[in-house]
Each structure stands twice: as C-alpha cells, then as structure tokens.
Design a protein around this ligand. Structure first.
Ligand SMILES: *Cc1c(COP(=O)(O)O)cnc(C)c1O
Length: 236
C-alpha cells in the first residue's frame, strides 16, 4: 500500500518525472527519448497502476514474481508488459515464462538454463538483462563485474534468451561519486560485452537508476530507469 498519492495525482507526477528525465538527458547531451521510464509497482494498488496506464505507461516492473503475475492477470485488460526486476529463484522460472515480457535480474547459469528450457517448451523467447553487483555489497544479488564475460559464454547456447543488456542497483550513498562509480562499472561491463561477448546478442540496455539516483544514472548512460516511490509515493 502506498500513502498520500491518489489516482488523480498520477498523471501530474509522471509528467514531473518525465520532465526530470528529459532535463537529465539534455544535461548529458543525450537525445530525448533515449531513456525509458519503467514504473515500479511493487506494493502499489491497482487503481494507481491503472491511473499510470491511463497516463500512458505501457510497462511495469515488479520485484516479486508472484506479485507480478497476480497483477498481470488482474490487469490483463490493460495489455501492458510486465518486467520482473528482483531476484528470481530457479524454481520460480516457470512463472516468468507464463507472463513476463522481460527479466532484469538474471544472475545464474542454472536460472538461465531453466528459463531457456521452459521458454522452448512454451515456444517463446524472453528479453533478459543480467544483474551485476556493482556496489560489492553482500546484501545485493548479481554477478561480480569480472564474472560477466565467462557468464555470457556459459549461457550463449540458451537460444530462447535474448540478452538485451545489464542491470544494477547502486550503492545507497549520499556521496555522488560512489553512486556514479557503480553506474560507470555497469557501462564498462557493457563495453566489454560488446567487444568479446557472444555476437548474436546486442547489449543495448543499461537498467540503472531508481528514485534517489536516476539523474546520475542518466548522466552515466542509463537506457532504463526503474522508478517507484517518485511516481507512486512511499511504500509502507
Ligand atoms: C523497488 C525497486 C526499484 C524502485 O525503487 P524506488 O526507490 O522506489 O524508485 C527499482 N529497482 C528495483 C530492483 C526495486 O526493487
């Protein structure tokens, strides 16, 4: 549940956020429209999500797969795409295959192989981003940056996975330099993948930046920013 924000506020809040994204693009001399806003709807009520859809949002991010699936089913009439952005246990891979358009938190070979197997049976593919732990915090999931090249080779035969790029959460810090270093690390991971990663994938996406740090992420090349509280209000 969120507090303080009502459905009638959502369009205005989205417009404010979009203006900040546009300004950050301009400051970074990046084209307008080069950053996509992914609204993060964890714990957000259906009326607020519907208001966001009515205001033009066509995809939503959730960190828990079952909550995401329940919402996708409850709001199937919206024809929105749902992205799973939180850590996924291998035994929940089948849920992702049932409804998700994109997974931002691929972080193990076992999970990749399980997804690939189930996607092949279902006759579909899945866009995936590889989660990288750029802050080094033990509490965060994701591969260490230096593990990514071998990981890409290890999953290169997973034909139903469309590896589209990389995702990270920055260090929660007041020190902009430390936050930026996380985003720079993800951009370097992508550079390396472009040079020597499996050539059948394009590594275009950098999913980085949340409500507290998305402008820094845009300055460092984010293509997707994942925003929850700045749109929907504080979570309980
Ligand atoms: C909750 C969440 C977000 C959004 O965080 P806010 O600070 O509310 O913008 C982004 N990414 C992930 C992985 C999340 O779990």
């Amino acid at each position: 549940m969120t507090v303080d924000v009502s459905p009638t506020d959502i369009a205005g809040r989205l417009a404010e956020i979009q203006a900040r994204i546009d300004a950050a693009c301009e400051a970074a001399q990046r084209p307008a429209g080069s950053v996509r806003l992914l609204p993060v709807t964890k714990t957000v009520s259906e009326p607020l999500i519907r208001a966001a859809h009515a205001a033009g949002c066509r995809w939503f991010g959730e960190n828990k797969v079952q909550e995401a699936q329940a919402k996708a089913e409850a709001m199937a009439d919206l024809a929105a795409d749902w992205c799973v952005i939180g850590h996924l246990q291998t035994n929940k891979a089948r849920h992702v295959v049932q409804f998700a358009a994109e997974l931002h938190s691929l972080d193990s070979v076992r999970l990749a192989e399980e997804l690939d197997r189930r996607l092949q049976s279902a006759g579909r593919s899945l866009r995936v981003l590889i989660q990288v732990n750029t802050s080094g915090e033990a509490s965060k999931s994701g591969l260490a940056p230096e593990e990514v090249p071998d990981f890409l080779q290890a999953i290169s035969a997973c034909q139903s996975l469309a590896v589209a790029g990389f995702m990270t959460l920055a260090l929660p810090s007041e020190d902009d330099a430390l936050v930026r270093a996380c985003f720079q690390s993800l951009a370097q991971v992508r550079e390396r993948a472009r040079q020597d990663g499996p050539a059948h994938w394009r590594y275009d996406e950098l999913s980085m930046g949340m409500s507290g740090d998305f402008e820094l992420a845009i300055a460092e090349g984010a293509t997707i920013v994942r925003l929850g509280t700045s749109i929907f209000g504080a979570r309980d």
